[in-house]
Write a protein that binds this ligand. Structure first.
Ligand SMILES: NC(=O)c1ccc[n+]([C@@H]2O[C@H](COP(=O)([O-])OP(=O)(O)OC[C@H]3O[C@@H](n4cnc5c(N)ncnc54)[C@H](OP(=O)(O)O)[C@@H]3O)[C@@H](O)[C@H]2O)c1
Length: 366
């Protein structure tokens, strides 16, 4: 059946009510396949090859209300092949292998035509789609967009520069594996990267660019270990991805330079646990009071940031350029067939990923 036929359907994971992914997500075969006739001038249609999952998606499915029309499709980061382009689109053409990630904020603006990526074919704003560098597979490219943007925005915020000493917690996960590589590209050979993860992932994190690895299970109170080991050689910045030590920022004057910066990207006990909106709010209030109050009122005398990344075209392009320069690659924990996507959600929820869990949407070999 061609795309011009009346009722062309596709397979897609979809949900119509909030809840745990395993309870509400259904693999449907009756959902409408996008057709070129509906294409907006600034949109493309992509045949989706791979989708890389993140735990943030599960939180959205479980916790947040949705305002656009049902059903909703989960999944953000993807790779695939361009099938059709709108009349204003020039940077990609049909047949091009691409990767990217829809911007959830545009999702609301463009309503029903703009949705998640765990579908066989998808509409996307063209700006969110970048040509895949030739030196990376489609599977690997699916892991890059959101976490690449996140890594670049984090290093910009903390004003990272060549030669810096940087601590990265959660260095072996989906975000951490990209963070280590992007940080290395900025601090260069003169810089120092120390990552935290469990001992079995030490080799991976060092291969990606860390100089030293701290096994968080051998040093369960990280701030105490850092105080004992690094107070005479403090960090320029701390990128806290795991968010496992509630005192890491409060105690940072012992191991972070006076003009250094602490940035927290997440708190895994909330994102990977069953925490709800109130838990997120009380954590945020505590963090911001430490970051903004003067010291005599309990504030921490070091710059402190929380940032939730925006998936913007400029940073997807920066990510692609770093791949092309041979300085960045994706790390895949496990690949699942489209029918087994729920297993990928389960894997992501465990918080022990080595890189990313990905779904092979068309069940093809790369
Ligand atoms: N702010 C943003 O824009 C943004 C963007 C992306 C992600 N995030 C957040 O970042 C956090 C991590 O996300 P992710 O996708 O990278 O998770 P992930 O893929 O599940 O990875 C988690 C990693 O953290 C490690 N880990 C677990 N407990 C740890 C601890 N106590 N200390 C150090 N490492 C620990 C695990 O290593 P082992 O297996 O070795 O234990 C695992 O490799 C989440 O809270 C997520 O929401 C934020």
């Amino acid at each position: 059946m061609g795309t011009g036929d009346k009722k062309v359907t596709m397979r897609a994971w979809a949900y119509t009510s909030r809840g745990a992914p395993g309870a509400v997500l259904k693999l449907r075969t009756d959902l409408p396949r996008p057709t070129p006739a509906e294409l907006h001038a600034d949109e493309v249609i992509v045949k989706v090859s791979y989708v890389a999952l993140d735990q943030g998606q599960s939180v959205i499915i479980r916790v947040f209300p949705h305002f656009n029309s049902k059903p909703w499709y989960p999944g953000l980061d993807f790779s695939g092949i361009v099938e059709a382009v709108g009349s204003n689109v020039t940077h990609v053409q049909p047949g091009d292998p691409v990767f990217g990630s829809p911007d959830p904020k545009v999702l609301l603006k463009w309503g029903h035509k703009y949705n998640g990526m765990l579908v066989e074919h998808a509409f996307l704003p063209a700006a969110q789609v970048v040509r895949k560098p030739p030196n990376i597979s489609l599977a690997s490219a699916s892991t890059l967009a959101t976490n690449g943007c996140t890594a670049f925005q984090f290093i910009d915020l903390v004003n990272m520069k060549q030669g810096d000493r940087v601590l990265i917690t959660g260095a072996s996960g989906g975000l951490g594996t990209l963070m280590v590589q992007v940080v290395r590209s900025v601090v260069g050979k003169e810089g120092t990267i120390i990552g935290t993860c469990s001992a079995p992932n030490e080799e991976l994190v060092k291969k990606l660019g860390a100089d030293e690895v701290i096994d968080y299970r051998a040093h369960p109170v990280l701030n105490e270990y850092l105080t004992s080991k690094y107070s005479t050689n403090p960090f320029d910045s701390i990128i806290d991805i795991a968010g496992a030590d509630d005192q890491l920022y409060d105690k940072s004057p012992a191991y972070l330079k006076p003009d250094g910066a602490y940035l927290i990207g997440g708190k895994m006990s909330i994102t990977h646990g069953s925490g709800g909106f109130l838990q997120i709010l009380s954590w945020a209030l505590r963090f911001y009071s430490k970051a903004f109050l003067p010291r005599f009122l309990g504030g921490t005398p070091r710059k402190g940031f929380f940032h939730s990344a925006n998936v913007i075209p400029e940073d997807i392009v920066r990510t692609a350029a770093l791949v092309e320069a041979g300085q960045l690659t994706g790390t895949i924990d496990t690949e699942y067939a489209m029918e087994d996507a729920l297993k990928a959600f389960e894997g992501t929820a465990r918080g022990r990923a080595r890189g990313k869990f990905i779904v092979n949407v068309q069940n093809h070999s790369d």
